[in-house]
Design a protein around this ligand. Structure first.
Ligand SMILES: Nc1ncnc2c1ncn2[C@@H]1O[C@H](COP(=O)(O)OP(=O)(O)O)[C@@H](O)[C@H]1O
Ligand SMILES: [Mg+2]
Length: 355
């Protein structure tokens, strides 16, 4: 039998744990014509939530743009316009109309093999850029346009693209936007700073970890339907370790299922063995992360991993604050009342290894 848990890929359908509340909230926002900005640390389930949300939305042309590997203005424009054409019925359909729909002084052509557009505009030709951005307004019907890992837009430095996007997007009558991003501090800066162009453009939605009952149902149903009985305290242990972090909930359950599929019973000692496998899988990434940190950042993380106050470090309050701020900036620490380490498995790794 195939392992019922999946991690490291976007999950859909039965592999996706409902997130009923989030789904209802987001459908409500989108269908009332508002745009939304999803913010959370990486691997909290933003992309999966968005893809499942798109599956639920009817009557829209759906555009999904991931900015993760986009580092230049032309690459952005190519991706943006290719995805818009695709959602409107496929690029082929528009081959002959291309130059009428996008009137620019720069070059635009179709790469037939990959069905992508090739665009070459001069960053100084702002009109060209604006004309391409306006593409959705040339179509009938409503668009929902997702721009995932939106903070990467800051890597495009040839022009002030953020301002141009805002200037154009606000006049689109037929589109709503879903922005999403994992670098929380950059995202908040773009969308919640009154001095920045996207201030108040969208409703900010901070995605949280899965709550316990939804997690319990998801995990236990999957174990049961694949013939393994999971004891309730074993599930409770999983939740205590992962705190509802969806990626780790899947990863830990994946290893636990594999360990227990023959004896058909999952118990607490098995959870600890599965945890070792999860930590082993993340070890290399944690180690290289650790190597990049300053001595003060390391000190503070170690203290937080033991649930002590960061101010109990033998450092001046100023140094503690500076270290905390810098750790927040790289999303290793967040503050929800108290400072805590964002990644629950990183926290365990910090606590259990002598460094
Ligand atoms: N609603 C969900 N139900 C079950 N697993 C999920 C869910 N959302 C995310 N996951 C798991 O978490 C992993 C990371 O999710 P992803 O959507 O890529 O997060 P993000 O976009 O926030 O980085 C996925 O590979 C999947 O294993
Ligand atoms: Mg993602």
């Amino acid at each position: 039998m195939e392992n019922p848990f999946k991690f490291g890929m976007v999950v859909r359908g039965a592999d996706f744990c409902d997130r009923k509340k989030e789904m209802t909230d987001l459908i409500h926002i989108i269908s009332s014509g508002m745009s939304v900005t999803l913010i959370s640390p990486r691997r909290y389930g933003k992309t999966s939530l968005i893809i499942n949300l798109l599956d639920h939305l009817d009557g829209y042309k759906k555009v999904y743009i991931d900015l993760m590997s986009v580092v230049s203005l032309n690459a952005f424009l190519e991706k943006y316009s290719s995805e818009i054409f695709k959602s409107a019925g496929g690029l082929k359909k528009f081959v002959n109309k291309l130059n009428r729909m996008i009137k620019i002084s720069g070059k635009i052509s179709l790469d037939i093999g990959n069905l992508n557009l090739e665009i070459d505009v001069d960053p100084k030709a702002t009109d060209d850029v604006e004309n391409i951005i306006e593409l959705p307004t040339k179509f009938d019907g409503k668009f929902v346009i997702v721009i995932d890992e939106f903070q990467e837009i800051m890597n495009i430095t040839e022009i002030d693209l953020v301002s141009i996007l805002r200037k154009k997007f606000q006049f689109f009558q037929n589109a709503v936007f879903i922005f999403s991003g994992s670098k929380s501090s950059v995202m908040r800066e773009i969308f919640s700073n009154p001095a920045k162009p996207f201030y108040r453009f969208s409703q900010i939605y901070e995605l949280q970890n899965l709550e316990i009952e939804e997690s319990r149902k998801f995990v236990t149903d999957k174990f049961r339907s694949s013939g393994v009985e999971i004891e309730n305290d074993a599930f409770e242990k999983i939740y205590e370790i992962t705190n509802g972090h969806v990626y780790y909930l899947q990863a830990l359950s994946y290893h636990l299922w594999f360990l227990t599929k023959d004896k058909k019973k999952a118990e607490i000692p098995d959870v600890y063995i599965a945890l070792k496998k999860v930590i082993f899988g993340e070890k290399a990434a944690f180690e290289s992360l650790w190597d990049e940190l300053t001595p003060n950042q390391k000190k503070i993380l170690k203290i937080l991993s033991r649930n002590f106050s960061p101010y109990s470090a033998r450092l001046s309050a100023g140094s503690v604050n500076r270290a905390l701020e810098s750790l927040k900036k790289i999303d290793l620490v967040d503050k929800n009342g108290e400072f805590r380490i964002t990644d629950p498995i990183f926290k365990i790794w910090l606590n259990s290894y002598e460094k």
